[in-house]
Design a protein around this ligand. Structure first.
Ligand code: ADP
Length: 242
């Protein structure tokens, strides 16, 4: 039994007295493709910031046996918590393969970097297949399509062996075809890891979420399957008005 899970207990983030995250308790298991939704300002990004150490939180955020609250950003990343932002962060002047090599070597010693140059390590090869860019390995990242750049970012997290992937609006700006491919990619990744997706695209959520947490005013308003959350009158009120 794998012990990879994220367990948040009474997590709070306050900015100058303003409660951006106001007592969030939730558990995300390995194999879960969890969508985090809610209106603008609900606290979604701040909650992700709390998990990754970017926002100062109180309460408890456990990843397996490790407590994340109070740890520094790079320490949390090394424990296997990976994240993408709304804007793409690939190295445009480098090839797909070089981007993955750098990610694979990040935080490791020069020996690992040297080995990475001598041949394509199995983890990098596997990531290329998973993200569907094996045929583009020698292309400059800068010339990739928007969707492919986002997949490369996910690949960079995979080669770092992130066990938890926190993705901020991964399909924003994507074509319909790219959205479907991204959903399928996240399903493959989510089968073995823990994936949390902050998303505004409700169609995308309906197609791919295995579970949903709805945030509102810093608190969990509703949680469950897509069907359960959609049927919840509190959710309808927040999204459609009373
Ligand atoms: P969401 O991602 O759901 O749109 P955010 O987490 O970005 O919501 O923001 C939640 C609330 O916290 C918003 O009201 C926002 O203005 C506030 N907030 C976020 N970051 C900061 C900050 N660094 N300083 C002050 N207020 C912030």
């Amino acid at each position: 039994m794998n012990a990879d899970y994220l367990e948040l207990d009474d997590v709070r983030v306050t900015f100058d007295g303003f409660k951006a995250v106001d007592g969030v308790t939730m558990t995300v298991l390995q194999g879960d493709l969890r969508f985090l939704i809610g209106p603008n300002g609900a606290g979604k990004t701040t909650l992700v910031d709390a998990v990754t150490g970017l926002a100062p939180a109180t309460g408890s955020i456990r990843f397996g046996r490790d407590e994340l609250v109070g740890r520094k950003v790079h320490r949390i990343a090394r424990l296997g918590i990976g994240r993408t932002f709304q804007t793409s962060s690939v190295f445009e002047q480098l090839t797909v393969l070089q981007n993955l090599d750098i990610a694979a070597g990040a935080g490791r010693g020069p020996l690992t970097m040297l080995r990475a140059r001598l041949g394509v390590p199995p983890a990098v090869e596997a990531a290329l297949e998973t993200i569907g860019l094996a045929g583009q390995r020698d292309q400059l990242a800068g010339v990739l399509a928007h969707g492919q750049k986002r997949w490369l970012e996910i690949g960079m997290l995979l080669v770092q062996d992130a066990r938890v992937l926190l993705l901020d609006e991964p399909v924003a700006g994507m074509s319909a075809d790219e959205r479907i491919r991204t959903g399928e990619l996240l399903q493959r990744v989510g089968a073995e890891r823990t994936v949390i997706v902050v998303e505004h695209d409700m169609d995308f959520m309906r197609s791919f979420a295995t579970s949903v947490t709805v945030l509102h005013a810093g608190k969990v308003l509703s949680e469950g399957t897509v069907a359960e959350v959609q049927a919840d009158p509190r959710v309808q009120e927040v999204y459609l008005g009373p």
